[in-house]
Design a protein. Structure first.
Length: 96
């Protein structure tokens, strides 16, 4: 689903103003959101199982930290500036 631009009329003016019609729309909304929430919980369980399966083969804590770093690096808008900062922060300084 994509985000929609705000309509000219207020949503409150467009929604059903008759109680039974409004109840039907709210019920359908709650049904769809509930279905999505259930799927999310199932996927969380699946994710937990995969992590458990690989925890004997990989250092999962370190791997998950590395994945967070990669995700952050991929979200950087100015890669050149980021690379310069990383070099400045990771290059050992010499004390004179």
């Amino acid at each position: 689903m994509s985000k929609r631009s705000a309509p000219e009329k207020s949503i409150a003016e467009l929604q059903p103003d008759e109680l039974n019609a409004l109840k039907d729309v709210v019920k359908e909304f709650m049904k769809q959101v509930g279905s999505i929430d259930n799927e999310i919980e199932l996927l969380k369980g699946d994710r937990k199982e995969v992590i458990q399966d690989f925890s004997e083969k990989l250092d999962m804590k370190t791997l998950q930290t590395a994945l967070r770093v990669i995700k952050l690096q991929n979200s950087v808008a100015h890669k050149d500036a980021y690379d310069l900062f990383m070099e400045a922060l990771t290059t050992p300084t010499t004390v004179m």
